[in-house]
Design a protein around this ligand. Structure first.
Ligand code: FCB
Length: 467
């Protein structure tokens, strides 16, 4: 078991703070065509030559569709309060419209019940990127009709299982879907049009707001919100050009989403930059987008450094890098959370994803991923720092439970706190999982004993399934 990691100041976190682990459907389920599932844009994108670094796909992934019960036992053995997962839209409604697939709905309903039976709160995401291909063939998120299809999808899921969900997240990371998918073309659907990307981002936001209204009016019992990928954007140097570029990037990444969600308008500097590529916005759209949320999630991995000279090379910063080449920069998480709290009237916040890919070695049934444990511990402390500055935080979730299909990087990048051997599908908790479980266990003891700080025994014997 990993030694010597400064225990995060768990005393800083209230008893009802929600600790969790996160996954998403396409990245773990496999069973791409089983039991009536329809194709998604990621199934299609994986077939494009050169799109995925290791030419892999999601056909098998972690076989979670078959192994979900064991995986939930594993989640339970970690001692987490919550599990964040997503529904594959084309598994429950294969064409995105028309007939629903009962077998798909049953799968997620059993999973929700399986979580509750294990004492774990289900945090469900509706859209973690795997849009039904059929809707893409009509324009995907760039066309307004998809907004209405999404609202129907949200209503269907809520009707079926909303009474048992802790939260429903509409979208995971609209910036990624719009900019990487429609503008840069490095993620599905692989388009290269700024105008389409910005229209897609508007439709994602609009469908979020309209889904919230529809779910509220049908009496949804779940708490409702959205998850954004955000980073502090820093200027590489103090030159005017770099600072202007950083301000624009901050506008495109953060203010483009936060402003309409909380202030009812798109940032003018970004609209000016976009010119004719700015989205068509109809009367009432911005009011719908501003529909109040019950919570909001932030996925944080690193800061973003911007230079007017072109892409910033993270190697030059001297900071430790993950296997993605991303800088380890926990201070950025504190900075970001404090800014969200200061600049916007945000609801209670969650870190819905945080973690790192590292070059793990499985040796004698163990993975000594000290770098990942260190990463997670430092970011949990960064959350504590934000809370000490008045930010209302409700939870923290590690990305990810399992090593999985890391989108365009395929299976080469491992983010799991549990190792997956893709040849045998064997799960092996890494040291980081044992550490996380030990921390959560110590926390439970702390509260059982009436609160107060309890140090995390680095070698405490917490039983994690498969360790
Ligand atoms: C986020 C995604 C998640 C995962 C992590 C590493 O952008 O939401 O699915 O791939 O990055």
């Amino acid at each position: 078991m990993t030694k010597n990691f400064a225990p995060p100041s768990i005393a800083a976190f209230p008893q009802n703070f929600v600790w969790g682990v996160a996954t998403s459907a396409f990245q773990i389920e496999g069973a791409a065509t089983q039991d009536g599932k329809g194709p998604s844009i990621w199934d299609d994108f994986c077939r494009r030559p050169g799109a995925i670094a290791d030419a892999s796909d999601g056909n098998i992934a972690c076989e979670h569709y078959q192994r979900w019960q064991d995986d939930l036992d594993l989640v339970a053995s970690l001692g987490v309060d919550a599990y964040r997962f997503s529904v594959s839209w084309p598994r429950v409604r294969p064409g995105g419209t028309g007939a629903w697939n009962e077998k798909g709905l049953d799968f997620y309903e059993r999973m929700v019940d399986g979580l509750l039976a294990r004492g774990i709160r289900p945090y469900l995401t509706l859209n973690h990127w795997d849009l039904p291909s059929e809707l893409q063939s009509q324009g995907g998120w760039a066309v307004r009709d998809t907004v209405h299809r999404f609202v129907e999808y949200a209503q269907g899921i809520d009707r079926r299982m909303g009474d048992r969900l802790a939260t429903i997240t509409t979208h995971n990371e609209p910036w990624v879907m719009a900019v990487l998918g429609y503008e840069q073309g490095i993620f599905a659907p692989g388009l290269k049009s700024r105008a389409a990307a910005m229209q897609a981002s508007h439709h994602l936001l609009l469908s979020h707001g309209m889904a919230l209204q529809a779910l509220r009016s049908q009496g949804s019992k779940a708490r409702l919100g959205i998850v954004l990928n955000l980073s502090p954007v820093q200027s590489a140097t103090d030159t005017e050009a770099d600072r202007a570029q950083a301000h624009l990037e901050d506008g495109r990444l953060l203010r483009w989403y936060m402003d309409p969600l909380f202030t009812g308008s798109y940032p003018q500097d970004v609209l000016d930059f976009l010119g004719e590529d700015a989205p068509a916005v109809r009367d009432g759209d911005l009011q719908a987008i501003q529909t109040p949320m019950d919570f909001m999630g932030v996925n944080y991995y690193s800061r973003s450094v911007v230079s007017a000279q072109g892409p910033w090379d993270t190697k030059q910063s001297g900071l430790a890098l993950t296997d993605m080449g991303w800088e380890v920069y926990p201070e950025g998480l504190t900075e970001l959370l404090v800014r969200m709290h200061t600049d916007y009237q945000v609801p209670p916040l969650y870190v819905t994803e945080n973690g790192g890919a590292f070059k793990d070695q499985l040796v004698d049934g163990k993975v000594h991923d000290a770098d990942r444990t260190d990463y997670i511990a430092r970011h949990i402390n960064a959350v504590a720092h934000a809370m000490s500055q008045g930010v209302r935080m409700e939870g923290y979730m590690v990305w990810s439970l399992l090593d999985n299909f890391e989108w365009a990087s395929g299976y080469a990048k491992r983010f799991g706190i549990v190792h997956v051997d893709y040849a045998t599908q064997k799960r092996t908790p890494k040291d980081s999982a044992l550490w996380y479980a030990a921390m959560l266990h110590a926390r439970k003891q702390q509260w059982a004993q009436g609160g107060g700080p309890v140090p995390v025994a680095a070698d405490s014997n917490v039983a994690v399934a498969g360790a």
